[in-house]
Structure formats: structure tokens, C-alpha cells
Design a protein around this ligand. Structure first.
Ligand code: ZN
Ligand code: ZN
Ligand code: ZN
Length: 141
């Protein structure tokens, strides 16, 4: 009687969907970037054990640079102030402190700059990209 060939056991489907299903947030304790599966309500940091609450889906996060220690802070857009967990400086969430993004005019690299900057120099190709460049600012004699 022939022995039926046993098929290889199917590996159990991974619980976490590959990529795509992961989100990022900054640990409220140590500012490490944490990855968490989408749908999680809170994330426990493996480094400092702080539990960071996950903002509800659809919450728009904004970023600003701490005026005290220049750490990049994340906050929920619309908040009026953000306290830095590193140096405890309370930063007013004004446009002036916010970080904006622009693509390098030469290599298309995504660059970050502080609102109000006139130009950003690309760290990759050293091309200087003007912010909000409007030809009308050119003075005509
Ligand atoms: Zn942490
Ligand atoms: Zn700070
Ligand atoms: Zn560039």
C-alpha cells in the first residue's frame, strides 16, 4: 500500500500584515521611533517601557522642532502647545516653529525645513531650493 505523500505543512499566516499594516509614532518617553501594527491602541516602548497612546486613525500629526533642544517633536495638528519630553520646554505650536517639506529642485530628495526659511540646501546634491519661490518677488527697475 503506497504511503501518501504528506504535503508540507502550511506555515501559519503571519499575524502582522507585511509592511503597509504598520504605523510609526515617536515614543513619549525616549523619542525613539516606534513601529506598531495598525489598529493598536497603545505601544509599549521596548527601550524605556513607556506606554505611548496611539492617536486615533485619521488624526493629523504635525511636527515641530523643540526650541530648547532641537529635537523633532510630533503632536496632533491643532494643538496649541507641545511640551518636549527631553528638555520639558513648552513649545507653542505656531506655524513659525513647524517643519515643512519640500522636494529638492534638483534630485527630488524630500527635504525638511523650518517654516519661514527662504531656501533649503539639499544635503545630497547641495542644490539650493527656494521656498515658495514666486517670480514676482524679483524687483524690476
Ligand atoms: Zn521609549
Ligand atoms: Zn526639548
Ligand atoms: Zn538634491
Amino acid at each position: 500500500m503506497p504511503v501518501p505523500l504528506a504535503p508540507y505543512p502550511t506555515p501559519p499566516a503571519p499575524l502582522a500584515p507585511p509592511n503597509g499594516g504598520q504605523s510609526q509614532l515617536v515614543c513619549s518617553g525616549c523619542r525613539n521611533l516606534l513601529l506598531y501594527p495598525q489598529g493598536a491602541k497603545s505601544v509599549c516602548c521596548a527601550v524605556c517601557r513607556a506606554v505611548t497612546t496611539v492617536p486615533p486613525p485619521g488624526t493629523e500629526m504635525a511636527q515641530l522642532i523643540c526650541g530648547g533642544c532641537h529635537t523633532l517633536l510630533m503632536y496632533i495638528r491643532g494643538a496649541s502647545s507641545v511640551q518636549c519630553s527631553c528638555c520639558h520646554t513648552v513649545n507653542l505650536a505656531l506655524e513659525a516653529n513647524q517643519v515643512a517639506h519640500v522636494n529638492c529642485g534638483n534630485c527630488q530628495m524630500l527635504l525638511m525645513y523650518q517654516y519661514g526659511a527662504r531656501s533649503v540646501k539639499c544635503a545630497v546634491c547641495n542644490f539650493v531650493t527656494s521656498i515658495g519661490a514666486s517670480p514676482s518677488t524679483e524687483q524690476k527697475a
